[in-house]
Write a protein that binds this ligand. Structure first.
Ligand code: MLC
Ligand code: AMP
Length: 505
């Protein structure tokens, strides 16, 4: 095949008039219309001078056109780099420069703020707005509606997704055609998706979950999606009767559980609810079953690996577990110090290997070597065990990571910013339980001798440079940070002591 990912996910739908997307206003986008637009975008990218292998960074709102940018990159052999729409210009600068992106595509409302980012990275700037207008669509409208897919080998890069790092520096995870395609093939089969499925899609499309898991699965199955711009409770409730399936982060399910409209009658007809990206509390799982009769299917994945494990479609979906390693995925639990495989039932670090595992971090060979072993096993940074029946349980993290509403936040990045603020000697950032987001960010500060840091000014400084979802929801002054005898900050003590800060009642 000339371009396995394009041909398998997209190309084979050419000419198909069946709907691909159902939009909020009641209209639909057929596969054929979507692919014609995709070809126009691919032609535009080449006309602006991009070549196969170049990176295209996109910070754009969720829309059918945004999805066509992804498809066009795959078709043209351009590496697609989607970026969280919440990132500030400061944050974006790093991604665009580090990736060497040749084109930055952004919402028109951000073009002025991002012009200097594009200029200093020597990237072109184009716009695409949520309503499908902008300089890219203007350039594309006279382009041909066909484009011969660029030949790619299965090991060629398809996408870069940046994941934050424990050092505060984000890493560009390089994902190949095979990484994406093999996982989509496995998931369609494992979760029994067919052409008849209608997936309710309310996730963002700049992360693995909404883009590769949800979208690629639907494309491969030749099914369709109700494509909502974001998770809007009323819209989700309104559309569930038309859907057969939904994928979401745990916050989706806890919010729905709080809504009396979410009951057996509303969703009794549905085939499947899938949860992932953060732990789904066993109590949420049980409460949903009691209310609706549905057992949520929980699965476990990562940016670097796509999906690794899943509860079964047929068979017992066990609350508090992430199920079994997917076909083709080797999973082992190892001792963090020795790297030796531990016996079943013991807690250790989770390592995975398979065609889903990424190629490495862009321009970071040392970091890649630390996490990706030479035998192909990737050290996930998650801690877990395999129980007697073979179900994998995640019991914690060996990495200093906060997951808020499905978004990953690395404390180091926030600590570096807090440490720089006037009057601050040092800081520690931890995640504490939050009823809506699962976990949320709290910053602890120690003042320099004789200083009184201005907490409002510090919150404002965080606002200027960090995406909203990373902002500490509370800043707390301490006389000193708890430390062990080695001098290491004991975040577990802070988490335990302040664990009730956001308790709901
Ligand atoms: C929004 N806010 C958040 C937030 N999302 N704050 C912390 N954490 C989040 N996740 C901010 C808003 O900017 C707003 O700020 C305030 O919180 C309240 O916003 P909201 O309207 O209640 O939030 P909403 O827009 O409804 O978004 C919540 C959400 C969304 C949970 C629906 O965050 C979401 O769609 N999350 C999914 C993330 C995801 O796709 N992750 C997959 C990663 S891939 P203000 O200004 O009002 O105070 C991966 C691999 C795998 O992990 O396994 O899948
Ligand atoms: P990301 O880097 O955004 O891809 O996030 C990946 C991380 O999300 C994993 O390493 C896990 O810590 C976490 N994660 C994903 N799915 C689950 C799940 N079902 N249960 C618990 N944690 C999960």
């Amino acid at each position: 095949m000339a371009n396995p990912l394009y041909d398998t996910l997209f190309g084979r739908h050419a000419g198909r008039t069946a709907p691909f997307l159902h939009l909020s206003d009641g209209s639909t986008v057929s596969y054929d219309a979507f692919l014609r637009l995709t070809a126009q975008y691919a032609n535009s990218f080449f006309s602006t001078g991009l070549a196969p292998g170049d990176r295209l960074a996109a910070q754009i709102e969720k829309s059918p056109e945004a999805l066509a940018v992804y498809a066009a990159c795959v078709q043209a052999g351009i590496v697609f780099l989607p970026l969280n729409t919440g990132y500030t210009a400061d944050e974006l600068g790093y991604f665009v420069t580090d990736s060497g992106a040749r084109l930055l595509l952004c919402d028109g409302s951000k073009a002025d703020a991002l012009a200097s980012v594009a200029k200093s990275a020597d990237a072109q700037l184009m716009t695409l707005d949520a309503d499908g207008s902008g300089s890219l669509p203007d350039a594309a409208k006279d382009q041909p509606e066909s484009f011969e897919a660029t030949a790619r080998s299965s090991d060629d890069l398809a996408a870069f997704l940046y994941t934050s790092g424990t050092t505060g520096r984000s890493k560009g995870a390089m994902l190949t055609q095979t990484n994406l395609l093999s996982n989509a093939e496995t998931l369609v089969d494992y979760w029994a998706f067919t052409e008849k499925d209608v997936l309710l899609h309310a996730l963002p499309i700049f992360h693995t979950h909404g883009l590769f898991v949800a979208t690629n699965v639907i494309l491969l199955a030749g099914a369709s999606m109700i494509f909502l711009p974001k998770f809007d409770q009323d819209k989700v409730i309104e559309n569930l009767p038309r859907a057969t399936s939904m994928m979401g982060v745990p916050t989706f399910y806890t919010r729905l559980l709080d809504d009396p409209r979410f009951d057996r009658e509303l969703i009794g007809h549905m085939r499947l609810f899938i949860s992932g990206s953060a732990p789904l509390l066993a109590e949420t799982h049980v409460a949903i079953e009691e209310r609706t009769g549905h057992r949520i299917l929980e699965r476990y994945g990562m940016t670097e690996t796509n999906m690794n494990t899943s509860n079964p479609y047929e068979g017992e979906r066990r609350a508090g577990t992430v199920g079994f390693p997917l076909p083709g995925v080797d999973l082992k639990i190892t001792d963090p110090d020795s790297g030796k495989t531990l016996p079943q039932g013991e807690i250790g670090q989770i390592e995975v290997r398979g065609p889903n595992v990424f190629k490495g971090y862009w321009n970071m060979p040392e970091k890649t070597a630390e996490e990706l072993r030479s035998d192909g096993f990737f050290i996930t940074g998650d801690l877990g065990l395999i129980d007697e029946q073979g179900y994998v349980q995640i019991v914690g993290r060996n990495k200093d990571l906060i997951i808020s509403g499905g978004y990953n936040i690395y404390p180091k990045e926030i600590e570096l910013l807090l440490d720089e603020q006037p009057g601050v000697l040092e800081s520690a950032v931890v995640g504490v339980p939050h009823p809506d987001f699962g976990e949320t960010v709290v910053g602890f500060l120690v003042a320099q001798k004789g200083a009184t840091p201005d907490l409002d000014a510090i919150a404002e400084a965080a606002g200027a440079s960090l995406a909203r979802f990373k902002h500490p929801r509370k800043l707390i002054m301490l006389d000193e940070l708890p430390r062990n005898t080695m001098g290491k900050v004991q975040k577990n003590i802070l988490r335990a002591e302040y664990g009730d800060l956001f308790k709901s009642n």
